[in-house]
Design a protein around this ligand. Sequence first.
Ligand SMILES: *[C@@H]1O[C@H](CO)[C@@H](O)[C@H](O)[C@H]1NC(C)=O
Ligand SMILES: *[C@@H]1O[C@H](CO)[C@@H](O)[C@H](O)[C@H]1NC(C)=O
Ligand SMILES: *[C@@H]1O[C@H](CO)[C@@H](O)[C@H](O)[C@H]1NC(C)=O
Ligand SMILES: *[C@@H]1O[C@H](CO)[C@@H](O)[C@H](O)[C@H]1NC(C)=O
Ligand SMILES: *[C@@H]1O[C@H](CO)[C@@H](O)[C@H](O)[C@H]1NC(C)=O
Ligand SMILES: *[C@@H]1O[C@H](CO)[C@@H](O)[C@H](O)[C@H]1NC(C)=O
Length: 458
Amino acid sequence: MIYSFIIVLLSVIAQGKSQICDGVAQYDRCSTNSACGCFHTADADTTGVCGLLAMFCSNLIPCNGANNTCHQPGTICVHHRRCSDRPVCYPISMSDQRICPPMVKTTSASTTTVISTTSNNQQLEWKIAGEMSQERIRHTATMLPNGKVLVTGGFNNLNTRRSTELYDPSSETWLPNPSLKYERSTHTATLLTNGKVLIAGGRDDFSFPNASELYDPSKSTWTVSGHMIRVRQYHTASLLKNGKVLVAGGYRSGNGLLTAELYDPQTGNWATTGNMSYARAEHTASVLRNGQVLVTGGHNGSAYLKSVELYDPDTEAWTLIDNMNYARKSHTATTLIDGKILIVGGSNKSETVHYNAELFDPEAGKWTSTGDMNYGRLGHASVLLKSGQVLVAGGYGYRPDKKVRLFNRTEIYDPETESWTITSDLNSVLGTHAAFLLTDGRVLTVGGKYSEILNMTE
Ligand SMILES: *[C@@H]1O[C@H](CO)[C@@H](O)[C@H](O)[C@H]1NC(C)=O
Ligand SMILES: *[C@@H]1O[C@H](CO)[C@@H](O)[C@H](O)[C@H]1NC(C)=O
Ligand SMILES: *[C@@H]1O[C@H](CO)[C@@H](O)[C@H](O)[C@H]1NC(C)=O
Ligand SMILES: *[C@@H]1O[C@H](CO)[C@@H](O)[C@H](O)[C@H]1NC(C)=O
Ligand SMILES: *[C@@H]1O[C@H](CO)[C@@H](O)[C@H](O)[C@H]1NC(C)=O
Ligand SMILES: *[C@@H]1O[C@H](CO)[C@@H](O)[C@H](O)[C@H]1NC(C)=O
């Protein structure tokens, strides 16, 4: 009775900003108000709304089972297994920041780290080399032809970002840059052959923009260019040899998508292309030397996938090929010098990470296991070094308390020995970031320093 009364009252008065939690386990603390906990949205493992835990289950209506949406205005589809196995519609007003205030003010800035690498394995030293003006994870980072790195959108603990900034590795400084037309996180950025950058998909706090945007580095401008046929997040975007961009899979309202579409830079329009055999998001896509696109694993909204498909740009059709040894999502795929694809880490179960890695040989069409990492991880960055080795940095891994959280570990894979060597820790805990090889051989990682919320849980 009392709760019902409070709920009604709050939904009338609370029209403020909702609080979002990210990288916090389901029901874990996400607010200075200990009565609040994190409810993961039906389409994410680690993101959700930070809302009041104490609510009578009978007040919560199940989401629309077909697409995990909520018809009632002011509600969002979240997991709440204490109430129901099926996702439920949670009142957004119960996650108002006036009810569940953020644990810390996110004032700490994002950091960039530069590592000097040499071909032999001497001790590598990371150095912080510039702070972003805003903290962000689930942003994009793209190296432009002029050597600068464009960072767009993303998410801090509270809000989705519209802002973008540019990093200049030569001066090690961040430069202001015009904002996107739409707030976005979990979107993609693709450098086109004409030097422009295509931004597609992703979501803002509660909706999915269908407009794609184009950045022109010569004019520093953003323009809307085309509308995607299906909105999506956690999809992949691959630049094909014909100059078009293949977008595949992703989530829409918690369900994996099997649809794919092509952006044509000549017309600025999207067109459907062949469907994958399986719906998937948080997968990888790699353009092989023969121009085909290898898509691996991912998650379909209810299951982790080990299936692998190849897209042929000539026929616009997908072919299922041999599965990976393990199902995984949020792994990385890196093309080695010999054209093989190194698949690293990811996860096949909530709150666990893979230590293992596998190699795909495009000529044989076969998978083989390769050396295990020293630290299991997902959502990390991976980059091919000049030496042919592969550096992986950060991501989510096991913290000393055995919880899977953003962490600072880095290591290097040597294709000759198929083994991993630990290198020095990042100076900051970087989330969903990117790593680039600079022309001088150094590696740049760009990531948002995650808020201190994680350290304060338990
Ligand atoms: C979800 O499904 C319901 C009924 O199946 C439909 O009315 C609604 O438009 C769908 N919503 C979205 C966003 O697809
Ligand atoms: C994009 O979204 C807008 C606004 O929701 C809608 O009017 C438009 O039809 C959509 N375009 C496509 C191609 O779906
Ligand atoms: C692709 O999948 C979508 C959604 O399931 C469906 O509407 C469409 O007809 C499919 N296209 C083809 C060519 O099978
Ligand atoms: C996800 O995969 C599981 C297991 O293969 C399957 O049962 C389920 O139908 C799939 N869901 C979607 C949305 O494809
Ligand atoms: C998940 O992956 C681990 C290795 O990281 C493996 O031991 C386990 O059997 C896998 N679980 C399933 C259900 O495949
Ligand atoms: C990396 O994280 C570990 C575990 O949280 C911590 O002990 C270590 O000091 C960190 N390293 C750096 C350079 O901050």
